[in-house]
Design a protein around this ligand. Structure first.
Ligand SMILES: NC(=O)c1ccc[n+]([C@@H]2O[C@H](COP(=O)([O-])OP(=O)(O)OC[C@H]3O[C@@H](n4cnc5c(N)ncnc54)[C@H](O)[C@@H]3O)[C@@H](O)[C@H]2O)c1
Length: 337
């Protein structure tokens, strides 16, 4: 579901692994390009697909074709897409989500949204496939390691086997589904922050500091929202945090850079497409942190730029002016740390 950059890269991976793949998207031109040219160059340079990969705009065809439904649409539309699937699904399916984000207002993870939208008797299981992975690298076969996370270890193992190969894609299993989903979602906020620092001309020192402090902040919030601590130091937490705060492939990073450019912040924000997952997740995480009374200075800074239209320089200055404190108290995290 979703023949964008990530859906296309995963379709190639699965076809390389000798599985049958049918891509679904609502964009007719994308589907036509895949079926006739065996490429999706508009979405992803270098995306040349095996001829076995087919594509359709027909949701009924896509759902009835599959034993396993892999979701790769922006989280903004996931509830709607799952609702559409629920209308046409006839037999139980395993759902694999690869999209990263939290729903504003409800603060829900995609697994929770899925449980609400797909009737229990038609949902065979739920797996989040997540970790440090840029489509641009997977499509050309560069080594990538991710996690198959599910509360049901058998489902996690099945997806591990289907997606892993010995040449470029290695999948670990994980049973901390909440931790995996939270790490994947929250890191996008820090990618925006990293882009903002880059945009105002800061260097490696600032980025390294951001990553370290982001991990402390992410740990506090994610644990309060149900994650297990060790998950945040693995591929789906620290791994994804590093790749997305350090790479120009990241759309969230690029959006952060853009926020520092242009004369009018309002215009700049309105010109950034909402597939930048971190925008919505910033709102969700900001609201969740306020509700839980957890101090999240970096999330607040990004929120202040995007939603209160404060200048990047101003919020960065405020971060530097926070009261001086210990880095952390070992083995005893405090909410204020
Ligand atoms: N791009 C990556 O490297 C990457 C890696 C890991 C995870 N992800 C996650 O995957 C998700 C998708 O990202 P992307 O980069 O592929 O985005 P994208 O913009 O390249 O693709 C999204 C696709 O979804 C389709 N779409 C949108 N609304 C739809 C609807 N209602 N019904 C059917 N199709 C619809 C669009 O037409 C588009 O083809 C995001 O949550 C992102 O965080 C992306």
């Amino acid at each position: 579901m979703g023949a964008g950059s990530w859906g296309t890269a995963l379709a190639k991976l699965l076809a390389d692994n000798q599985h049958k793949v049918l891509l679904y998207d609502r964009a007719q031109n994308t589907i036509d390009e895949i079926n006739t040219q065996h490429s999706n160059l508009t979405k992803l340079p270098n995306s040349f697909l095996p001829e076995t990969v087919k594509a359709t705009t027909d949701l009924v065809e896509a759902v009835s074709f599959s034993d396993i439904i892999v979701i790769s649409v922006p989280t903004k539309v996931i509830r709607g897409v799952l609702g559409e699937i629920a209308q046409v699904i006839k037999t139980p399916k395993l759902i694999v989500n690869t999209s990263k984000g939290l729903e504003p207002e409800t603060h829900k993870r995609v697994s929770e949204v899925t449980n609400e939208e797909i009737p229990e008797n038609l949902l065979k299981g739920f797996v989040a496939l997540t970790g440090p992975s840029h489509a641009e690298e997977v499509i050309i076969g560069l080594p990538t390691l991710v996690c198959s996370a599910s509360e049901n270890i058998e489902d996690a193992k099945l997806i591990q086997t289907l997606f892993s190969n010995t040449s470029y894609f290695r999948v670990y299993t994980l049973t901390d589904l909440a931790g995996a989903e939270l790490g994947g979602a929250l890191k996008n906020i820090y990618a925006i922050a990293s882009g903002m620092l880059d945009g105002i001309g800061y260097g490696d020192n600032a980025r390294a500091a951001l990553i370290a402090r982001a991990l402390v902040e992410m740990r506090k919030l994610a644990i309060a929202l149900g994650a297990q601590e060790e998950t945040l130091y693995g591929l789906t937490g620290l791994g994804d945090l590093v790749v997305t705060t350090s790479s120009r492939h990241s759309r969230n990073f690029q959006a952060g850079v853009k926020l520092t450019q242009g004369k009018n912040l309002n215009e700049t924000i309105n010109s950034i497409p909402m597939v930048v997952e971190g925008f919505r997740t910033t709102l969700a995480a900001y609201e969740a942190a306020r509700e839980l009374q957890i101090e999240t200075p970096i999330i607040d800074a990004v929120y202040n730029v995007i939603y209160l239209r404060q200048e990047v320089q101003t919020v960065v200055k405020e971060l530097m002016m926070r009261s001086l404190k210990d880095e952390f108290i070992p083995f005893k995290m405090t909410k204020e740390n």
